[in-house]
Design a binder for this molecule. Structure first.
Ligand SMILES: Nc1ncnc2c1ncn2[C@@H]1O[C@H](COP(=O)(O)OP(=O)(O)OP(=O)(O)O)[C@@H](O)[C@H]1O
Ligand SMILES: [Mg+2]
Length: 422
């Protein structure tokens, strides 16, 4: 092929020291392309890798959503976000209790050490058009003007900024439940990156990552699940069943999105992520995350340690997980079966500082036993420091331990379990 052009022109914007952009054209000689230094897009900054790892440690089985968040944060940190637009407009949709709300909370926790360091607008509270005044305040001349403090203000949005991090998180939860007037507001803010309040002041969203969640299509998705026969018993949410459900949900989900949301809304989104259903493997990981939180609380407040038998873990999963509600019930079940009982035992003086509390389910009741510590259970200690020992849960095959059955600890504090090393 004859190359007719001897020069390739690449348009480039140069930023002058005054911050003004000036257009320039850099000529590149034909053939020079082959000699240029190739840049590696797979190489991520340590910051970006830490964010992805940090989110994965809190949110299980939703890697696509985590990737979407990481991309927008990367664009923000790389100073490449489009002016006059939010940092990102992301819609999460799919089944109940699978982590849609958890992702923005996990981001808030990662950035600011607090899962509540975000502004949350609950769509269900904006079902009437007059409810919008709660969000942006009433205009002058309208009832309530000057009386209601709007939920969204620049101050509330940027309340958690630090010296180094200036990213705001705005979450519109369950948007499909909101009234038309919230919709109109959303359309404007997704596009222009500003909200005009009732008193005519403007809130700038160009440092804001906007998340929206929706349960659109969930009823149809649940029918798919029932058809495939996915449940927590028997098949145990096998990865094969999960894959089938994911495929069907994808088709059901995109149809439901198109029916529910107008194209002008869908077009303004940077990402639409369909959340995956959770299977047994994911639920076990989520249970471990939640248990770790309980352990940390027990250690920090009372300095006692907790270990669970496999039977107890199975009980928590059975009671706390359903395909219909995902992991939504898990925390409540942990509170009810574990946290409340531990608090009762601690406040009645039955748990002492540094005790190890073993929790078992005997098929009928949850049984709590204690053993004085400190001890190291061989092969089961997962984290130690000079003062404390955190025990992992007992491995499969080890029966419930009651204090009387435990051998005395060795002089070095080591406890050898009679039923062999895990
Ligand atoms: N993928 C997940 N990883 C970690 N925890 C999860 C996950 N999914 C659910 N959970 C647990 O379940 C709780 C409920 O999840 P979340 O609020 O994110 O559900 P959701 O998908 O927003 O559901 P809904 O559509 O009903 O609002 C979370 O607080 C968390 O404890
Ligand atoms: Mg939610």
């Amino acid at each position: 092929m004859v190359v007719r052009m001897s020069l390739l022109f690449v348009g480039l914007s140069l930023i002058t020291s005054q911050g003004l952009a000036a257009a320039a054209v850099i000529p590149i000689q034909c053939g020079e392309l082959a000699t240029l230094t190739k840049l590696d897009l797979t190489k991520k900054s340590d910051e970006s890798l830490a964010l992805i790892e940090g989110l994965k440690a809190k949110v299980v089985g939703q890697d696509e959503a985590i990737q979407a968040v990481a991309e927008r944060i990367q664009i923000a940190r790389g100073g490449m976000n489009a002016p006059g637009r939010p940092l990102g407009n992301i819609l999460f949709y799919g089944p109940t209790g699978v982590g849609k709300t958890k992702v923005p909370e996990a981001l808030a926790e990662f950035l600011y050490g607090n899962p509540k360091a975000l502004l949350k607008v609950d769509g269900a509270e904006f079902q009437q058009s007059h409810n919008i005044a709660k969000l942006i305040g009433s205009p002058p001349g309208y009832l309530g003007h000057g009386e209601t403090v709007p939920l969204i203000t620049q101050k509330s949005l940027d309340a958690h900024h630090t010296e180094t991090t200036k990213i705001s998180i705005l979450l519109f939860d369950e948007i499909e439940k909101a009234n038309e007037s919230l919709w109109q507001l959303l359309l404007g803010m997704l596009d222009k990156g500003v909200i005009t309040l009732g008193d005519n002041t403007q809130v700038d969203l160009s440092n804001t990552l906007i998340f929206m969640t929706s349960n659109v299509g969930v009823e149809e998705m649940n029918k798919v699940v029932n058809k495939i026969g996915f449940n927590t018993q028997g098949e145990q949410g096998s990865s094969e069943a999960l894959e089938k459900i994911k495929d069907k949900n994808q088709a059901v989900g995109s149809g439901a999105l198109a029916r529910k949301f107008p194209p002008e809304f869908l077009n303004r989104l940077d990402k639409k992520v369909l959340f995956n259903p959770l299977g047994t493997a994911q639920i076990e990981q989520i249970l471990n995350i939640e248990l770790e939180n309980v352990r940390q609380r027990a250690l920090a407040n009372h300095r006692f340690m907790i270990t669970l038998t496999p039977a107890m873990k199975r009980k928590l999963i059975k009671d706390g997980f359903s395909q219909e509600y995902g992991a939504r019930e898990l925390k409540r079940v942990i509170d009810q079966l574990l946290v409340y009982n531990l608090a009762t035992l601690a406040s009645s003086g039955q748990i002492k500082k540094d005790d190890v509390i073993i929790v078992d389910f005997d098929g009928k009741d949850v049984v709590f036993s204690s053993r004085p510590a400190p001890v190291t259970v061989q092969g089961a200690a997962d984290e130690t420091d000079s003062n404390r020992i955190i025990l992992t849960d007992l491995p499969e095959g080890i029966p419930a331990i009651h204090p009387a059955e435990l051998p005395p600890a060795a002089p070095d504090g080591t406890l050898n379990l009679p039923f062999g090393s895990p």
